[in-house]
Design a protein around this ligand. Structure first.
Ligand code: FES
Ligand code: FES
Length: 161
């Protein structure tokens, strides 16, 4: 029998009964309809599926549903508030870091986890976090600029979760 799993996602409590083969990405996209989280490689390489689970950036394509039990999860849909972009989204947009946009939600969630836990993160730590993400449009310079601007905006806005 399928075991029910309860967690909060973007501040809302959900209970699902996933198929044993379903990973967190499958549940997020197929069961909850939150398609902002992208499926790229499906093997933990590209970072497109990154979400925040208990404050940490995780690749949801390889995250088992057991790990979601009781967890607090955020996806890209949980960031904008009252129609206003989160400062990280704003920074990525302002620096032209978004081309096709496929890699963007994963990168934004990676930065969200990092800048919430370590707002003063050194540049090399930020660049290391970005290195977990592939952008097939190869806009890496703009993405790096966006990440550094995001840190500045987050610090100015004193965003904390
Ligand atoms: Fe998960 Fe590529 S889809 S890392
Ligand atoms: Fe197209 Fe990165 S903007 S994959």
């Amino acid at each position: 029998m399928t075991k029910a799993i309860t967690f909060t996602i973007n501040g809302k409590q959900k209970t699902v009964a996933p198929h044993p083969d379903q990973k967190l990405l499958d549940v997020i996209r197929e069961d909850l309809g939150l398609t902002g989280t992208k499926r790229g490689c499906d093997n933990s390489t590209c970072g497109a599926c990154t979400v925040v689970l208990n404050g940490k950036a995780v690749k949801s394509c390889r995250t088992t549903m057991e790990k979601a039990e009781g967890a607090e999860i955020y996806t890209i849909e949980g960031l904008a508030k009252e129609g206003k972009l989160h400062p990280i989204q704003k920074a990525m947009s302002e620096t032209g870091a978004i081309q096709c946009g496929f890699c963007t939600p994963g990168i934004v969630m990676e930065l969200y986890a990092l800048l919430n836990s370590t707002p003063e993160a050194e540049e090399k730590v930020i660049l290391n976090a970005l290195s977990k993400h592939l952008c097939r449009c190869t806009g890496y310079e703009a993405i790096q600029d966006g990440a550094l601007l995001a840190q500045k905006l987050v610090q100015e806005n004193k965003i904390r979760k």
